[in-house]
Design a protein around this ligand. Structure first.
Ligand code: PLP
Length: 441
């Protein structure tokens, strides 16, 4: 037993773990059960983080534990480049079938979102023979590798700090972030000026479309602060890409697996990606990621130039198969909509009361509030976000921040959370906001 309210693991972390991994909540978690976490002092927290959108089916999900245990006893590892095994093949088939769009698909399994992004870009380049990648400002595609996931991430600090030069051949365009339109227009009166810029100005000044292999895009920017791209933007963009033989890589690492109210965020847009990457919630926390591409693209990849020792671990694959079964059986997209409506209503009510909330946005259960010091100037209220998050933690709610200015609070509860607990968490969020509003007055 630890002495009351002591946490030696935080000191040990300082001593033995490199500084480069930041720690947002200075607590040490001992165990979890569905939407609740308990620290080493047995303090209970409602988890609105889900390990950054990963434990979508809750902590210690008994059905997943049973599958993992059975697979652990049967087979841990053989390496998919050396020999075939069932769970990889079965998962590839399922993923190909549930992926968005009607084209036939093929699959590559890896371990992390960053790796999946690297491989999606490798595929796009190898198959098109074109050099450039276009990515979005305010995007995030991974810091776990030092290649194109990082190079195509559209935020400098902290991800790229001191790490230049980045991999060459990545160009950035503005994301349709309508609340902070870089052209200072209002949507939809803007007539999609940012897309117009991209098609005309960008193509003539930066890189000719016939040299671009792929655009990589999050339909909802995750780390960027749950910024949702407008439907007409995505539809028109896809047409422009098709007209120019450019592939669309849809990064669903954060937005996939029912969180937006559909299995994949891109299904809100009626557009089929050429290549999609997914990770995070795929195996509810066991390391696994996937690149799912149109068969006519994936078939053209060169044997031996893809793979890795661990990609598609048998235990992760078995759990992912169960995740898919549960998601379909329990209609998790519908559940995300039900929970999302509860959250959105509460956040809108909070926005009516507190000027500090400049924008409420999101899809499904992925809802966020952007805090500003002044609704007219939209000056980011970054410190206020930190204060709200600290207060919420003290009251037993774990939250995540996001956004270019870190002035966004994004909600990532598991889809299995009880509605009573969700409302309790939202009460804590509101109490914390109210206290911060009082303090800054
Ligand atoms: C949209 C997106 N892409 C890629 C990644 C990288 O995934 P990982 O941290 O598993 O490497 C993330 C991680 O947050 C992400 O949100």
């Amino acid at each position: 037993m630890l002495p009351m309210n002591s946490d030696p693991y935080l000191d040990m972390r300082k001593e033995y773990v490199m500084k480069g991994i930041a720690l947002y909540h200075p607590i040490t978690i001992d165990r979890g059960r569905n939407a609740l976490l308990y620290d080493v002092n047995n303090k209970e927290y409602i988890d609105f983080t889900s390990g950054i959108g990963v434990t979508t089916l809750g902590h210690s999900n008994p059905e997943l534990i049973a599958v993992a245990e059975a697979q652990l006893k049967k087979l841990w590892h053989v390496c998919f480049m050396v020999m075939n095994y069932k769970s990889y093949i079965e998962l590839a088939e399922k993923l190909a079938k549930i992926a968005p769009g009607s084209s036939q698909k093929q699959v590559l399994l890896q371990n992390t979102g960053s790796e999946a992004v690297e491989n999606a870009i490798k595929i796009a380049r190898q198959v098109t023979g074109r050099y450039y990648i276009v990515a979005y400002e305010n995007s995030f595609h991974g810091r776990g590798t030092y290649g194109y996931a990082l190079a195509s991430t559209g935020k400098y600090e902290p991800y790229k700090k001191g790490l230049e030069p980045m991999m060459p051949g990545v160009e950035f365009v503005p994301y349709p972030y309508c609340y902070r339109c870089p052209f200072k227009y209002e949507y939809p009166q803007c007539g999609l000026a940012c897309l117009d810029y991209l098609k005309k100005w960008f193509a003539f000044t930066r890189v000719s479309p016939d040299r671009i292999s792929a655009f990589i895009m999050e339909m909802i920017q995750g780390e960027g602060g749950f910024v949702v791209a407008p439907t007409d933007y995505v539809k028109e963009l896809k047409k422009f890409l098709e007209d120019n033989g450019i592939l669309l890589i849809d990064d669903e690492v954060q937005s996939g697996w029912a969180r937006t109210g559909k299995m994949w965020a891109i299904e809100h847009y009626g557009v089929e990606p050429d290549i999609m990457v997914t990770a995070k919630a795929i195996a509810n926390g066991l390391p696994l990621s996937a690149v799912i591409g149109k068969k006519n693209i994936m078939e053209k990849t060169f044997p031996g130039s893809f793979g890795g020792t661990f990609g598609g671990n048998p235990v992760s694959c078995a759990v992912a198969l169960k995740v898919i079964e549960i998601m379909l059986r329990d209609n998790m997209p519908e559940r995300a909509n039900t929970l999302g409506q509860i959250i959105r209503k509460r956040l809108n009510e909070m926005a009516d009361k507190y000027e500090l909330i400049g924008d409420v946005r999101g899809l499904g259960v992925m809802q966020a509030i952007e805090l500003v010091k002044d609704r007219k100037t939209k000056e980011p209220a970054t410190d206020e976000v930190s204060k709200v998050i600290v207060k919420a933690r003290e009251k037993g709610l774990l939250l995540l921040r996001a956004g270019l200015y870190l002035n966004v609070i994004r909600l990532h509860p598991p889809l299995t959370i009880e509605e009573e607990l969700l409302n309790k968490g939202l009460d804590i969020l509101e109490e914390s906001l109210k206290e911060v509003v009082k303090e800054v007055k």
